[in-house]
Design a binder for this molecule. Sequence first.
Ligand SMILES: Nc1ncnc2c1ncn2[C@@H]1O[C@H](COP(=O)(O)OP(=O)(O)OP(=O)(O)O)[C@@H](O)[C@H]1O
Ligand SMILES: O=C(O)C1=C[C@@H](O)[C@@H](O)[C@H](O)C1
Ligand SMILES: [Mg+2]
Length: 215
Amino acid sequence: MADYHCRSLRRAVNAFLDPCPAPSAPAPGPAAPVFLIGMMGAGKTTIGRALARALGRRFVDVDQLIEERCGVRIPTIFELEGEAGFRRRETGAIDECSRMEGVVLATGGGAVLSAENRRLLAQRGIVIYLRARAEELYQRTRHDRNRPLLQTADPLGRIVELLAQREPLYEEVADVVVDTGRSSVPRLVQRILPLLQQCGKPVVAAAELPPLENP
Ligand SMILES: Nc1ncnc2c1ncn2[C@@H]1O[C@H](COP(=O)(O)OP(=O)(O)OP(=O)(O)O)[C@@H](O)[C@H]1O
Ligand SMILES: O=C(O)C1=C[C@@H](O)[C@@H](O)[C@H](O)C1
Ligand SMILES: [Mg+2]
């Protein structure tokens, strides 16, 4: 079975059946934003940076932006404001960054938990789900203390749990699914580039969006 698929055909059929299609959705432009989603350790930050370099585009990481704005690391935000506080900041940052023309955006692993985030991502850009198995995610994250949800006695068990909960949400919002497996980062970038070309998804341009709620 192919390790990726593009959902633009289904969207095109839905748009055809929809009696009131969005009047202003433009044809896909070369600068449609690219959003990377997936679990902690999927490689969103690492592959996102390399992909942006290959495309000559700007790279933004939602987690890093939140940390820069707050002046503290994510575990401290969780300690002070709880996960709910972090999620509010995350939605604000996704709303802001998903308006950036041509951006390659690495989201946080839990971005898809919010229906609002899923809507923003699906509407505004090409969404790539970087998929990996629980054991791989565990190996890639086990030495990093900056992921508060994995600071438990059984991080692998936690990853299995989170993956089961989130997999349908990643699948729901993804235009393209890429199995990362044992592929190297440069190889993954080379696999993603043609998929972006083929995807052909219409996205809503930033100029057509309502203003940011809390600029
Ligand atoms: N395809 C890959 N092969 C080998 N190592 C990888 C691969 N992708 C990512 N890694 C490594 O896994 C670790 C985690 O990757 P990264 O930080 O990019 O994940 P992430 O998806 O951004 O996670 P988070 O949601 O926590 O921000 C890094 O050390 C990175 O170098
Ligand atoms: O998977 C998650 O819920 C998270 C992933 C990270 O990217 C950070 O956004 C944060 O640690 C939460
Ligand atoms: Mg990251």
